[in-house]
Design a binder for this molecule. Structure first.
Ligand code: NAP
Length: 257
């Protein structure tokens, strides 16, 4: 048990894998975990983006390395997790990689449905299971699945994304139920609307932005830095008795109609 309450938030000596961390929210989460003391393994498919993210975080004095693999490819995931573990045990996994494809459901392209589901949902099962198989014998580990306000609420044109994030919320609870008895903590972090590649069409749409800000109790878009303290909490001993919970960091969007 920690000496003071703040010590419980320290990630000194811990090793964390953040999927989809070459940009956007994943990069912000990686930065926060690194600032709390963890060595962070960055992931993505694009080699240049990944190398750039590594350079940026190293220049900030953080301890980081890279492991490029596609989270939708079970064989690649399993080989990557073996390579990472050969260098040292993983204490933290953040399943963050995700995509958005907007189209009314009746016009949705079937291949897009499969790509979205495999990136947003299969990936958490693939990477989560591969990492949990390493964590379970050690009797400890923190897994955080990046959910969304769309784990709770829909909007026109994004039914598949909403279905994937709703399912991810329930997968989080299932992981906590099956792996909690082995000493693991599995929780979800549900961002509201944040300015990244994934939302750039919405950011560039003034009526949408005005509508969003107007219905968000905190009256603004989220900044990636807003998620840092929450990920450190869920990844740390501070969350030792928190299991199967989804923490929404959304300026209150899920609280209101
Ligand atoms: P983003 O800016 O588009 O970044 C996505 C990251 O995932 C990139 O690093 C991308 O790199 C990587 N990625 C995509 N497909 C991958 C794959 N198959 N294998 C490995 N890496 C992959 O998106 P974001 O806005 O940061 O979103 C991150 C997560 O937060 C997603 O799960 C998203 O659903 C969730 N979220 C976002 C918001 C928001 O407002 N932005 C709100 C709620 C939830 P490569 O393309 O090079 O692989």
């Amino acid at each position: 048990m920690s000496a003071t309450v703040l010590d419980a938030f320290s990630l000194q000596g811990r090793r964390a894998l953040v999927t989809g961390s070459s940009g956007g929210i994943g990069l912000g989460l990686a930065r926060a975990l690194g600032q709390a003391g963890a060595h962070v393994i960055l992931n993505g498919r694009g080699a240049d983006k990944l190398a750039h993210a590594l350079e940026v975080l190293r220049a900030e004095g953080l301890s980081v390395s890279i492991e490029s693999f596609d989270v939708t490819d079970m064989a690649a995931v399993s080989a990557a997790v073996d390579r990472i573990e050969a260098r040292g045990p993983l204490d933290i996994l953040v399943n963050n990689a995700g995509i958005q494809i907007r189209n009314p459901l009746e016009q949705f392209v079937d291949d897009d449905w499969r790509r979205l589901m495999s990136t947003n949902l299969d990936s958490a099962y693939f990477v989560g299971k591969a990492v949990a198989l390493k964590m379970i014998p050690r009797g400890r580990g923190h897994i955080v699945n990046i959910c969304s306000v769309q784990s709770e609420l829909g909007r026109p044109g994004i039914a598949p994304y909403t279905a994937s994030k709703g399912a991810l919320k329930m997968l989080t609870k299932g992981m906590a139920i099956d792996w909690g008895p082995h000493g693991l903590n599995v929780n979800g972090l549900g961002p509201g609307y944040f300015k990244t590649e994934l939302t750039k069409k919405l950011v560039a749409d003034p009526p949408f932005s005005a509508w969003l800000v107007g219905r968000t109790p905190s009256r603004r878009w989220g900044e990636v830095e807003d998620l840092g303290p929450a990920i450190v909490f869920l990844a740390s001993d501070a969350a030792r008795f928190v299991n199967g919970h989804i923490l929404y960091v959304d300026g209150g969007v899920t609280a209101t109609l």
